[in-house]
Design a protein around this ligand. Structure first.
Ligand code: UDX
Length: 430
């Protein structure tokens, strides 16, 4: 099929590449000229494992092209909207880019076009998209006869290609989604047979995305709260998580305690859901606590480490791991940023290393980014490890002893055993 994907972010670009390599013809639409230039040069604007070679393969096939704006094309069958919906000043998701894309589709697309929203939305935003597409058509004297559907995206950064090729489920929300519907046919063509395709009403589909993220965020805050109890009484929260995770009703995932969740989705989606619920007269007390515990996860960690260390004035904090988690170069809502700000405000300096965050990206944020962990270890007065990159998990403690002159290891991901760290001559703070 010939499809267009609007917005070349994590969701849009990865989907465009994967679907091209599965045999479809894809037009990737990106209105940020810097990003577009990089894409036209065959370069992904962000790091994602496997994306570089998958993008090269897709471009070589001749079936993937990138453009700045959609152009009228009667052979286009499906349009996916994957633009960002950042949190606005009102605490709700900003639908500006979504509605601009919808209007563009309405003004240029065929009146029978099928439009699938993949951007995260708050309830009823899909209806506004439909309205904009209709209005766009109306301006050309046409009556929109196609459909607008919502298909939540559940991919994680760091495993985006794998998640797109083999998702845990595909959800399609909207009306008229029978087996003959083009959207259903398309998703069947790109989804392994074993993966359930859930067809539902649009409201439930919209909510399912927010609910999935809120549920996962709740598990993280739950385990972070319990970690405080475990630390006080001398238990090991990693073992507690392992034990409760063996219960099939609970399961092992998303029970890793640490500096809390960050990234482009969890903080934004949980907060906007809380604020949206308020607008319809519902208080989401549980989610409010999830957000508060998450803020405390990073602040509490910082305070514990710094009170054991002493005054930051004139001291150099060494950070291993800048991104919001391992496997990505994404710095959005990264716990490292909160920690760096606090340390600097207290008069300290910062050096850091992250194997995926490129120097320019870190330096844009005023962070001195070093070439490797060795450089950080040898310059730091205090060390904090903030992501679970394999090379940080497997630190060579003999080398750490030889290079690092500080006394404390702040372990923001609970990667290390106290006895190992103590044996190397350091005090472990989690
Ligand atoms: C998340 C959802 O998983 C995905 O389905 C959705 O589409 C987008 O948001 P992502 O942000 O890529 O994906 O990362 P994820 O691996 O889910 O981690 C989110 C945050 O939670 C990270 O900051 C991570 O470090 C933290 N986390 C995750 C924990 O602190 N503990 C855990 O056990 C798991």
């Amino acid at each position: 099929m010939k499809i267009a994907v609007i917005g070349m972010g994590y969701v849009g670009l990865v989907s465009a590449v994967v679907w091209t390599n599965l045999g479809h013809t894809v037009i990737g639409v990106e209105n940020n000229s810097e990003k577009l230039q990089r894409l036209l040069a065959g370069e992904a604007p962000f790091f994602e494992p496997g994306l570089h070679s998958a993008l090269a393969e897709a471009m070589q096939s001749g079936r993937l092209t990138f453009v700045e704006t959609l152009v009228a094309d009667s052979t286009l069958e499906l349009v996916f909207i994957c633009v960002g919906t950042p949190i606005g000043v009102d605490g709700l998701l900003n639908d500006q880019y979504l509605l601009e894309s919808a209007r563009m589709v309405g003004m240029l697309g065929d009146a029978n076009l099928q439009v699938v929203i993949k951007s995260t939305v708050l309830p009823k935003m899909s209806d506004k998209v439909l309205e904009e597409v209709r209005l766009g058509c109306e301006e050309r004297g046409l009556v929109f006869k196609g459909g607008v559907y919502f298909s939540p995206e559940f991919l994680s950064e760091g495993s985006a290609l794998r998640d797109t090729l083999a998702p845990s489920r595909v959800v399609l929300g909207g009306e008229g989604l029978d087996q003959e519907n083009l959207v259903v046919k398309f998703f069947k063509s790109v989804t392994p047979e074993a993966v359930p395709i859930v067809i539902t009403d649009i409201r439930s589909a919209e909510l399912s995305k927010l609910a999935a993220n809120a549920m996962l965020a709740s598990r993280i805050s739950f385990i972070n709260e319990l970690a405080l109890v475990a630390d006080k009484v001398g238990g090991d929260i990693n073992l507690v998580a392992k034990i409760i995770g063996l219960d099939p009703r609970i399961g092992p995932n998303f029970l890793k305690a640490g500096v809390g969740f960050g990234g482009g989705c969890f903080p934004k989606d949980t907060n906007s859901l809380i604020n949206y619920a308020k607008t319809i007269g519902i208080k989401t007390g549980l989610l409010e606590a999830v957000v508060e515990v998450n803020q405390q996860a990073v602040i509490g960690f910082y305070n514990r480490v710094v009170s054991a260390f002493g005054d930051p004035v004139g001291k150099r904090l060494g950070i291993l791991g800048l991104a919001y988690k391992e496997g990505t170069d994404d710095l959005r809502s990264a716990p490292a940023l909160e920690i760096i700000e606090r340390w600097r405000n207290a008069g300290g300096m910062v050096v850091a290393f992250d194997p995926l965050v490129v120097k320019i990206q870190a330096e844009k944020l005023g962070i001195t980014s070093l070439d490797d962990a060795t450089a950080v270890l040898s310059q730091a007065d205090l060390l904090m490890v903030l992501t679970a990159e394999p090379e940080f998990i497997n630190l060579d403690w003999e080398r750490v002893s030889a290079l690092y002159h500080g006394e404390i290891i702040g372990d923001g991901r609970r990667l290390y055993l106290a006895k190992v760290v103590n044996k190397a001559g350091f005090k472990l703070i989690t």
